[in-house]
Design a protein around this ligand. Sequence first.
Ligand SMILES: NC(=O)c1ccc[n+]([C@@H]2O[C@H](COP(=O)([O-])OP(=O)(O)OC[C@H]3O[C@@H](n4cnc5c(N)ncnc54)[C@H](OP(=O)(O)O)[C@@H]3O)[C@@H](O)[C@H]2O)c1
Length: 238
Amino acid sequence: MRRLIPDPATVDDLRAAYAVPAGRHLRVNFAASVDGAVTVDGTSKGLSSTADRELFHLLRSMADVILVGAGTVRAENYGGAREFDGHAPPIAVVTRSLNLDPSARLFTDTRVRPIVVTCAAPPDRLAVFERLADVVVAGDEDVDIARALDLLADRGLAHVLCEGGPHLFGSLAAADALDELCLSLAPVIAGGTAGRIVAGLQSPVPDEMHLEHVLEDAGHLFLRYSTGSGRAGPVHSP
Ligand SMILES: NC(=O)c1ccc[n+]([C@@H]2O[C@H](COP(=O)([O-])OP(=O)(O)OC[C@H]3O[C@@H](n4cnc5c(N)ncnc54)[C@H](OP(=O)(O)O)[C@@H]3O)[C@@H](O)[C@H]2O)c1
């Protein structure tokens, strides 16, 4: 992996390049093709590379919790928490419908009890998932993102890594919750009808994003942006 911006150099310490300040921080990690597609044949696999997978695992190893939308869990048959560098962050799935398969890998193939983040639902439906996961209820008709992040922080889960998908990212952006976006750009023209990394957001979020760095490996670009939200202070390396 080499750095192109700010100063061209070989990256010897990828962890330091992705360090975050102490305290609460919400990082979103996405991959897209050069023509803006977020999937190839319905999943993100076709956008990945060896370096992208290395970064994916590194960012997981640095997070307290991995936040993911139910659409991605269903589309990608998401597995549960794995251990990275001796640390296994739980997966927290955001769902309104609770339309999740209790026998899915998320619940059955996991090192750590997952978290279901949802809104008001019938008690018998909640009870199904309370047997399989920690259930966090935040909001009535939708998950109130700010409240959900507060409740996760109350559990000591302050550094949140969101792995998508686009509708959850839209919810996070609408709630102005984003501190950082890591975007891997794959040298692939995907075409087709794939969506973009944000969906369901009706108007642009005025926050200007600040480019922290651009890394490159085998034609894949790794862009790191901070939002300058002020919540977590400037992104820095230790
Ligand atoms: N390229 C990449 O890096 C990348 C990353 C992730 C995903 N993807 C792709 O993206 C696709 C899935 O994206 P998606 O946008 O359909 O799904 P998504 O964002 O993963 O999940 C959407 C679902 O999350 C829940 N949700 C989101 N915001 C909510 C809120 N405020 N309140 C309550 N529930 C909320 C709802 O679940 P319920 O429907 O259960 O109510 C909603 O239908 C898949 O094809 C996946 O492969 C690509």
